[in-house]
Each structure stands twice: as C-alpha cells, then as structure tokens.
Design a protein around this ligand. Structure first.
Ligand SMILES: Nc1nc2c(ncn2[C@@H]2O[C@H](COP(=O)(O)OP(=O)(O)O)[C@@H](O)[C@H]2O)c(=O)[nH]1
Ligand SMILES: [Mg+2]
Length: 458
C-alpha cells in the first residue's frame, strides 16, 4: 500500500528541496501537486481539501522562510498534518478495566473479522499477558463458528464451546458468563458478517451490544475496497457506534486512500492494521510510522524535529543578539554545549543537512565529539555562577579547583577558557559585520556557535 503515493510525493518534495529560498507561489504549486497525489491515492475529497488548507496555513508562514531549508520545512509540515489526519494520539485497546473486558468485532462479510479476532486474541495473550476467550456469533454462514474454533485450536487460544441452535444474543451472554466464572480478562465476540449494510443484521449487532455493553466495538474493514470501506465505516459509526477500526489487507496493493480518510471521515481511530493472513500479521496502528512510510522522508523530518526541539527559535535569536553584542558568557557557552549534546550524534546530524559542506568540513577538522563536549560541560558546571558570568575572575587557584571538581586537568580548564575567549572575540567581530542580529548565512537555524565561519572549538 502507499507505493504510488510515496513516489508521487517524493517527486514533489525533491523539486521543492532543491530550491534554496521558497516563494509563496512555489509552495502553492507543490501543494497543488500534493493534492492531486492524494486524490489519485483515493483519499476522500473533503479530507484532501481540509488537509491542503491546513498545510497551506502552516507552510506560507514566517517559520518556513527562515528555517533550515524551506523545502525541508514544508516536508515536515506535510508530515505533521498527515500524522494529525491519521490520529496523532495513539488509542490503545481498552481491555484493562474490570474483567471480563468485552471486545465486539463488526463488519461486512469477508472483511477479515474472524481472522482479526484470532490475531487480536493472540496479541493480547502474548504481548499483554491477558487471558482471552473468543466466541463466534456467526450462526448464519455454514462452519463460521468452526472456523474460529479451528483458529483457536491451532494457536492455543480459548474459544467458547459451540452450542448449535443458540442465538447470537444468548451466545454473547454465555460468553460473558464463562468469562466471569473462568476469570478471563478479555472476551472477544466475532459477530456475523453481512454482505452490505443490512437493517436486520444491524439490529442484531445493536442487540448484542445492548446485552453485553462492549468496551470496544471494532469495525473490521478491507483496505482494498478503498472509499467503499470508508463509507461502510461511516455507516457503522453512525448506526451501531464503533470505538475503533481494524483495517485489513494492508499488505495488498491498495492505494491507501481508505487508511488516510478513515479517521477524518468517521472520527474513530484505526487501531490495528491487518498485514497478511497469518496469526501474527497484525500491526498496532502508529500514525507516525505510517506518515513516515508515506512520505519516505524520515531523515528530513527527524532532523527538523531534533533541531527545533532543542533550539526554540526565539531563544536562539535572543541568544544570538546578545552574543553579537559581545555579552557572551561562559553560561551561554555551557548552554550551547548542552544543546549540541541533546542533538545526539553531531556528525550524523551534520550529514543530514544538505548544502552544509563547508561548515561540516570545518567542524570535522575541529574534531568535535560527544565525549569532549561532555567534558567541557563538566568544566563549566564546576564553576561558580559568578565565575560563569565573569571569566576574568578565574585565576590559578580557581582553575585548580575547577579541574578537580570536573575530574579534568588544569590544562583542560585552560583550553576551555581559551576557546571561550576566541569565541567571544569572534562573536564581537561578527556582531560588527552584520547588524541584523541574525546569525551569519549558512545555517540560520542552527544553535549559535554552530553557525558558519570559524569553528568555535579547537
Ligand atoms: N492478505 C490478507 N488477507 C487477510 C487479511 N485479513 C484477513 N484476510 C483473509 O481474508 C479472508 C476472509 O477473512 P475472514 O476473517 O474469514 O473474514 P470475515 O468474513 O470478516 O470473518 C480470509 O481468507 C483471510 O485469510 C489481511 O490482513 N491480509
Ligand atoms: Mg467470519
């Protein structure tokens, strides 16, 4: 699933990322193409419209223009909106209340209800260590009850003994009773399928629901049927009430529109994806993972996230302004070192930023590594607040104390202080060069000190 969409979006973003600065027209053009790609993937029209409108609001703002590279920021915005559309907050299965917790499976015939019942039971047993009982309420299709029984036997999962002639509501009540007396944590009811939305069978589902009050009503629906499955979901959501969706046959070559529209149209989360016929071929739905798959831009999204998490734009600008005025202190330096470390593997990070060749080489030459940064941070942390604000105070005996406190040597402390002096001078110089208060061109959004020019560390 999603291959076509991923390819199309990849083309759009590649074009966008190649540009340096972006004009509003570039973004609009790209979004037009995103819109077409989504429609071709069979995403419902109102969902597409709403999605594009939201992305547009975010993408033509200031943040984009001033970001690492605007193209990448647009990718990140599309990613975040996709996650939002798919359901940002994971909603796990509600099976942790007073036992027995009832899960009712509903949906059309052949959508994968019985298979999904066994898959979920297996998962709850193995992963969540729950004691699970399955019961088939499908008295209409020949051998439907036996199908579930067989799946249970094959996989060591308990099923309610079959009593021929028993009606669905009675089966459901018996399942609940057995669940209670035999201390099952979860009882899963596999209801009868229907070929289409059928009033009689809908009523039956409603009767079962009223009899056992399920904590979860999961609609099982087939991704291969595209928008039809979305319509079915809407019907069930409106008429029976559902708490979540299991989307099956995601392993097929469905275009993905169903998966993308489901949450927006029904306002119910997709909780599981069926990714094959085997018992363990069930994925817990994860909006971020799916969005990542669709965009195929994981590195870019990760980069923008990491950088923006660590350095809030405002802070960075404020710090930069202050430093360029020559008011740079050891405290600032310590903070910067902290930011650098939080960003994880620095070299990995640098390699993710396109067009940073020169600065990267300089940084490599400067031989920055995490361990060294940690050491430098320790040195700064061993200073008193006064010392941090006024480096001139740090005389010989203080240096000795700091070295001991940070587990380093006086040479290390000297080296750091020398670096600090160099950095302060550099800041002043840059401050005189550009009066805008912004960091010099090259890496406008990187933390101060990682900007272009002379590398701060030796
Ligand atoms: N490829 C694939 N096949 C599935 C998936 N889920 C169910 N099936 C198959 O779909 C068919 C119908 O499934 P079943 O559970 O009997 O549907 P039900 O009528 O809703 O109970 C079976 O052959 C299943 O093996 C899935 O996620 N991927
Ligand atoms: Mg079935």
């Amino acid at each position: 699933m999603f291959e076509g969409l991923t390819e199309r979006l990849g083309d759009v973003f590649d074009k966008l990322k190649k540009r340096g600065a972006l004009k509003e027209a570039d973004v609009s053009e790209a979004l037009r193409e995103v819109r077409v790609a989504l429609l071709e993937a069979d995403v419902a029209l109102p969902v597409v419209k709403d999605f594009i409108a939201k992305v547009k609001v975010a993408a033509v703002g200031e943040d984009v223009v001033r970001s690492i590279t605007p193209g990448q920021m647009v990718v990140k915005i599309v990613h975040d909106e996709l996650v939002e559309m798919l359901g940002a907050e994971p909603e796990p299965l509600r099976v942790h209340g007073n036992p027995p917790n009832v899960v009712m499976m509903v949906g059309l015939q052949g959508s994968g209800k019985t298979t999904s019942t066994a898959k979920i039971a297996a998962r709850l047993t193995r992963v969540d260590k729950k004691k699970v009982l399955m019961a088939s309420l499908d008295i209409y299709r020949p051998a439907a009850q036996q199908q579930l029984e067989q799946l249970g036997d094959q996989n060591g999962l308990a099923t309610l003994p079959i009593v021929f002639g028993e009606q669905p509501v009675a089966i459901a009540k018996r399942a609940l009773k057995v669940g209670r007396t035999e201390a099952y944590d979860v009882v899963i009811l596999d209801t009868a399928g229907r070929l289409h939305i059928d009033e009689v069978l809908m009523k039956e589902v409603a009767d079962v629901r009223d009899a056992v009050d399920p904590g979860e009503t999961l609609l099982v629906t087939d991704a291969m049927t595209g928008q039809d499955s979305v319509n079915v979901a809407k019907e069930f959501a409106d008429k029976v009430g559902i708490s979540g969706i299991v989307l099956t046959r995601v392993d097929g070559d469905a275009r993905g529109g169903a998966a993308l529209s489901m949450k927006a149209v029904t306002d119910k989360p997709i909780k599981f994806l069926g990714v094959g016929e085997k018992i363990d071929e069930l994925d817990v739905f994860d909006a971020r993972r799916v969005a990542g798959t669709i965009l195929g831009q994981g590195d870019v999204v990760g980069l923008v996230e990491r950088v923006s998490q660590v350095v809030e734009q405002e802070d960075a600008e404020k710090a930069a302004k202050k430093m360029l005025k020559g008011l740079f202190t050891l405290e600032d330096m310590g903070q910067q070192l902290g930011q650098l470390r939080q960003m994880g593997d620095i070299k990995g990070l640098m390699s993710m930023i396109p067009g940073i060749g020169k600065a990267k080489k300089e940084l490599e030459a400067a031989n920055i590594d995490d361990k060294k940064i940690a050491q430098q941070q320790a040195v700064i942390q061993s200073m008193t607040p006064k010392e941090r604000r006024n480096a001139r105070l740090i005389n010989g005996s203080r240096r000795k104390r700091i070295a001991a406190g940070s587990g380093t040597s006086v040479q290390e402390v000297n080296r750091l202080l020398k670096q600090f002096t160099t950095m302060s001078k550099m800041m002043k110089k840059m401050g005189k060069m550009g009066k805008s208060g912004r960091m010099p061109p090259g890496m406008p959004q990187m933390p101060p000190g990682m900007g272009g020019g002379t590398p701060p560390f030796k």
